[in-house]
Ligand binder design. Structure first.
Ligand code: MLT
Length: 324
């Protein structure tokens, strides 16, 4: 008798999941953005979910859950019901650097998620407040080597993209500025424009408009080629620091265990969003790099996460980065 009931219950459970997946989505979806509103992760999330909502026929509501370099929000998202109604925008920090910096991290980026697809590549720029006493990267490096300990460097929390790429920059030129943590590089950028913080390495989709407006200085972009959105900003190679090459990325994940049909519907909506002319233009205008066809697939994103965790762990340990 007991076995029969269990079998029926299990079958019902599967049936309910099947029915839910079939009708998915039939109510609004929450996308957790693990940083403050207005920063790069938030900007990419709002751009891509705008069109995704239309394809899915349900609103995707962005919920900003900041803290601990993005790991607070991602931990909460990883523990949500795997029904497709809670998804998240992760990135090279939360799903690449974090394990090296948080020994007690409550999730494994390579195992605890259902990858949906890459949303945007986000090259890194070395930026400074407008009155930073240097007019190019070499002058900045000279100044930083002499005054590094008096310089304040902004980031979005240990393990964030701005923190990890900042650690890498500092170890590349052997300086030790004072780190100032923010709940996102949106608020950090406000202080950079106000001149209350001196330096930052951040994602192009956040800093491009303020560089174009002349409100902050950009010393270089850490990619092999200049960005079409910032054609006057030299590459680190052109600026004499070829060893500093780093790009970040933002990607959509769901909690592990969501039904395959839900993954397929979310991925289809993301891919259609990245094919939409308006979405492409909004990302390109901010210097965002459109993912390749493979990166837009769940398998392609899983491959990226696996390689990024493997890559960042030794880099951050060699740079002497410490976490909690
Ligand atoms: C970071 O990792 O630096 C974040 O992307 C900053 C943000 O999105 O606010």
């Amino acid at each position: 008798m007991k076995t029969t009931l269990l079998t029926v219950a299990a079958a019902l459970g599967l049936a309910v999941t099947g029915a839910q997946a079939q009708n998915y989505p039939n109510r609004p979806i929450t996308m957790i953005v693990p940083f403050a509103a207005g920063g790069p992760t938030d900007v990419v999330a709002r751009i891509v979910t705008d069109h995704m909502s239309r394809t899915l026929g349900q609103q995707i509501v962005v919920e900003n859950v900041a803290g601990a370099g993005g790991t607070t929000g991602i931990t909460r998202a990883s523990q949500a019901q795997p029904d497709g109604y809670t998804i998240m925008m992760g990135h090279m920090g939360t799903h690449g650097a974090a394990p090296a910096l948080y020994p007690n991290l409550k999730y494994d980026p390579t195992k605890d998620f259902a990858p949906i697809g890459l949303a945007a590549g986000t090259p890194i720029l070395i930026v400074a407040k407008k009155d930073f006493p240097a007019n190019n990267l070499q002058e900045a490096i000279t100044y930083l080597k002499k005054n590094g300990d008096k310089v304040n460097m902004a980031h979005a929390g240990v393990g964030s993209v701005s923190h990890s790429t900042g650690v890498l920059f500092n170890s590349t030129i052997d300086i030790k500025p004072t780190f100032v943590a923010y709940r996102g590089t949106g608020p950090a950028l406000n202080d950079l424009m106000a001149g209350t913080v001196d330096l930052m390495t951040d994602q192009i989709v956040n800093v491009a408009p303020q560089i174009q407006a002349g409100n902050i200085k950009a010393f270089a972009i850490a990619t092999p080629e200049r960005s079409p959105a910032l054609q006057n900003v030299p590459t680190t190679k052109e600026a004499g620091l070829p060893d500093y090459q780093v790009s970040a990325w933002n990607a959509v994940f769901a909690p592990k265990g969501v039904p395959q049909e839900v993954v397929t519907k979310l991925n289809d909506a993301l891919v259609k969003s990245l094919e939409d002319e308006n979405t492409k233009k909004r990302l390109a205008d901010l210097g965002g790099v459109l993912p390749t066809a493979e990166e837009r697939t769940p398998a392609g994103l899983q491959k990226l996460v696996d390689s990024e965790v493997a890559r960042w762990t030794p880099v951050l340990k060699a740079a002497g980065a410490t976490g909690q």
